[in-house]
Design a protein around this ligand. Structure first.
Ligand code: KIV
Length: 304
């Protein structure tokens, strides 16, 4: 079966929203594209204020937010709720909803139906899905419904077991050629962008040079058109083991822990709340209240 790319129906972007066509222009200008994950409204707002171009509501949420050991258990309802929260916080960046495992593998129709939910119910601007091969027709059908799709190849965490674990991909000539072929195929079926995860920098550079759509790297070197990092990794909020490609820009977990310890100590030592944290009431109302409360108490005490 030949899978032909279909032109998405023109959607009207929200005012102030980065036009999706700008991403290809950024690639052409060699202007790096900034993508970061986020999972809630404050995260969406902060990423927007920091000037991110793309926000990915990644199924990494299963690990970073929901405490699972892998991304596989993330459900569609969970991802829709998180995506909805991010779209309430973010204005300019394009918000990409990550399709969780099981929501696009079964059939083209199922994939299209679930992608539509991301747009209609969660306000996503685009969706991302992992893989190529049988997933090409999924991409084509979602794009055909007018929804922009970001591809994702290399280390695809939803199929980490098949890949032999969380490890770099495309490290032999044969496997690198497979990645290049997958990248070309995903561009051909209409992806607007492609995540390359844990791929040798030289392979990612070659793929980036060949494609006209922007590549977004994570552990794929400096020659990708853009970069993505996971919120909890870059902020120092994820306390599990992180991959070698993670750069930590802050130790927010330490800040949060210290604040919580200070709060707990204040409560235990009666230092919080103080006068300024409480509400007063007019003296005469207080006197009336005290009198009425005492009267009620006496009445209750006198009852047999
Ligand atoms: O789920 C996620 O956060 C991702 C990024 C690592 C690309 O897929």
């Amino acid at each position: 079966m030949s899978i032909r790319p279909q032109k998405p129906a023109p959607a009207t972007p929200a005012p102030g929203k980065l036009p999706i066509t700008e991403l290809a222009e950024m690639k052409a200008r060699r202007q790096p594209i900034v993508m970061v994950t986020a999972y809630d409204a404050p995260g969406g707002r902060l990423a927007d204020q920091a000037g991110a171009d793309l926000i990915l509501v990644g199924d990494s949420a299963a690990m970073t937010v929901l405490g699972h050991e892998s991304t596989v258990p993330a459900t569609l309802d969970e991802m829709l709720m998180l995506t909805r929260a991010v779209t309430r916080g973010a204005r300019r960046p394009l918000v990409v909803g990550d399709m969780p495992f099981g929501t696009f593998q079964v059939s083209d129709e199922d994939a299209m139906r679930n992608a539509i939910r991301f747009v209609k119910e969660a306000g996503a601007d685009a969706v991302k899905l992992e893989g190529a091969g049988p997933m090409l027709s999924r991409v084509a059908s979602i794009v055909g419904a007018g929804i922009p799709v970001m591809g994702h190849i290399g280390l695809t965490p939803q199929s980490a077991t098949m890949l032999g674990g969380f490890k770099a991909q495309g490290r032999s000539a044969e496997k690198a050629l497979r990645l290049l072929a997958d990248a070309r195929a995903l561009e051909a079926v209409g992806c607007f962008s492609l995540v390359l995860e844990a791929v040798p920098a030289a392979v990612a550079a070659r793929i980036t040079a060949e494609l006209s759509i922007p590549t977004i790297g994570i552990g794929a070197g400096a020659d990708c058109d853009g970069q993505v990092l996971v919120w909890h990794d870059l902020l120092g909020l994820y306390e599990g083991r992180t991959a070698r490609f993670v750069k930590r820009y802050a130790d927010v977990a330490d800040v949060i822990r210290a604040a919580l310890e200070a709060y707990a100590a204040d409560v235990r030592e009666h230092r919080f709340p103080e006068e300024q944290h409480t509400y007063a009431m007019p003296e005469e109302e207080l006197a009336l209240f005290e009198q009425a409360a005492s009267d009620q108490r006496e009445y209750a005490d006198d009852r047999p």
